[in-house]
Design a protein around this ligand. Structure first.
Ligand code: PEP
Length: 248
């Protein structure tokens, strides 16, 4: 069996300001060293500040989105090349909020993942079903369809991405998938990746959806759960640090 280092990624969403971000980063840095890998995905305006604060700290940073386009007349978009100039390590793509609120299609998400990888940025590709889809027994079909677009678009590079399984019904709701429910979907995703890549066993599959200090260890003890994508609990240094430690 391959051992995979755990990875904990905080998704700050559209939260924060200069002072709060500085406090949060300071609180995280003060708790080092960590056994698990850690990263924070911060809003675009604060990326360069995060880059300075986290330089040589062992804690990585990333963006919450990236354009599928290289450059051009795309008002409001931020390219992978721009992020790369600041040393960006990760870009979340296909978060359910972007799929739902900004109409992002499976193919657009795949194109964003491709644009990120082309600049050496690891895309964290989010997949996940809604409650209605779960209740209709469509969970497996939905996540496979979402991942399939990325597999076909990235072809032999698919082994370089991180996948985050985030059931939409568990995001920001306080309702978490049970470790067994999450593991079952992770196993499906890993099998799908294995059919496409010889590197599937070393790829990181994160779980996201109301991960908190008190449920993190059990979730991450599942064989195919290699870490967490954390929203709300990533905004409090003590909680985020507790989750990073729970991964060890
Ligand atoms: C997320 O936004 O990716 C997320 C998982 O949020 P929360 O942890 O708040 O459910």
């Amino acid at each position: 069996m391959t051992t995979r280092d755990k990875l904990i990624v905080g998704n700050w969403k559209m939260h924060g300001n200069h002072a709060a971000n500085a406090d949060l980063l300071q609180g995280i840095l003060a708790a080092r060293p960590f056994v698990a890998q850690a990263a924070v995905c911060v809003p675009f305006p604060y990326l360069s500040e995060a880059a300075v604060a986290l330089a040589n700290s062992g804690v990585n940073w990333g963006a919450q989105d990236v354009s599928a386009h290289e450059q051009g007349a795309y008002t409001g978009e931020v390219s992978a090349a721009m992020l790369h100039e600041f040393g960006c390590r990760y870009a979340i793509v296909g978060h359910s909020e972007r799929r739902a609120l900004h109409g992002e299609s499976d193919q657009l998400v795949a194109d964003k993942a491709k644009a990120a990888l082309a600049r050496g940025i690891t895309p964290i590709v989010c997949v996940g079903e809604t409650l209605a889809q779960r209740d209709a027994g469509e969970t497996e079909a939905v996540v496979k369809r979402q991942l399939s677009a990325v597999i076909h678009t990235l072809a032999h590079c698919i082994g370089e991405i991180v996948v985050a399984y985030e059931p939409v019904w568990a995001i920001g709701t306080g309702r978490t998938a049970t470790p067994e429910q999450a593991q079952a979907v992770h196993a499906v995703l890993r099998a799908q990746l294995a059919a496409a890549s010889a590197h599937a066993s070393s790829m990181k599959l994160l779980y996201g959806g109301s991960v908190k200090p008190d449920n993190a260890a059990t979730l991450m003890s599942q064989p195919d759960i290699d870490g967490a994508l954390v929203g709300g609990a990533a905004l409090k240094a003590a909680d985020f640090v507790a989750i990073i430690r729970a991964a060890a």
